[in-house]
Design a protein around this ligand. Sequence first.
Ligand code: SAH
Length: 353
Amino acid sequence: MSLRDTLISQISAQGPMRLDAYISTCLLHPTHGYYTTRTPFGAQGDFVTAPEISQMFGELVGLALAQNWLDQGAPAPFTLAELGPGRGTLMADILRATKAVPGFHDAAQITLMEASPALRALQAEALEGYAPRWIDQIEELPDQATFIVANEFFDALPIRQFVREGTKWRERQVGVQDGALVFGLGPAQPQPAFADRLEDTKDGDLIEDCPAAAPILSTVSTRIASHGGAALIFDYGDWRTLGDTLQAVQDHAPTDPLAAPGCADLTAHVDFEALLRACPPAVPSRITPQGVFLERLGITQRAQSLAQSLTGEQLDDHIAAHRRLTHPQEMGNLFKTFGIVPNGAPMLPGLET
Ligand code: SAH
């Protein structure tokens, strides 16, 4: 039975489904989920992420984390963690770039939080020789200094959507009509958690909430505040969500999120305000455009140095990759980054508080 048919019979029997449950099923269903059954990244996949565009991304991220590890007194042992590592490319580039940092590899315990068994297998291949450990839940991070990176992880976490009606909110749900999946709205209910959104929205406006994001970030921040370390988060999104940002992508093209459950990637813009709110007791940097961050870390010099050994098509691809990562009209502005460090510790290079 296809995932679409399973969902239709489940909803027909039990009633409309919350959007976060629908997204979670589409992405992580044990046998039909998008991440569980596919390798969505890279030229053959549905979308390309920064570490898959160029090795320069992971190299600069690795050196930024290692510099901050040195700035915090080189704690050992420490956890070097990634949330949602995809094919393992970013962590592999981080490790290659930091080989020459004295003591860094000896002290690092590589920990990956990954929900998909198929992607775990690819990560194991990419990180052969580094003995990574996988965790299911963020609480499993050991109680020690933790340096952690997440690229396009938070946008993959399921969202809920609410449409304002008067001073109440109607939740967007997935229902069934004439044998097809359709969006509908639940009953109007007060939502005390969104009391502040009554000030900047009007009747009919749609807001989004990502229930899993803040608890994950808050656990990371508590580890960092208590034991030292840093987090570096990259994603695309806005300050305070307004409007429907749920998007489905299949074969590099946008599609209807309800059309083929499990066959398309589903993501939503990250609400950076909600993430920053979850940072205390650790201290976040300012939200910084990815292009600005990478330029501050010297991506142009690195690109020039790599270009010296390239010619023809490879050189053209390399120049395009540099542009894609940094140019304001490509990923440079839409993608943003921020860091988190303990109170009183130096901020990660390229970022400011
Ligand atoms: N960071 C990678 C992949 C981004 S895609 C890159 O930049 O290429 C999102 C990743 O998060 C995938 O590896 C996906 O399987 C993982 N993921 C999604 N939801 C998750 C969850 N709830 N827990 C752990 N991993 C999750």
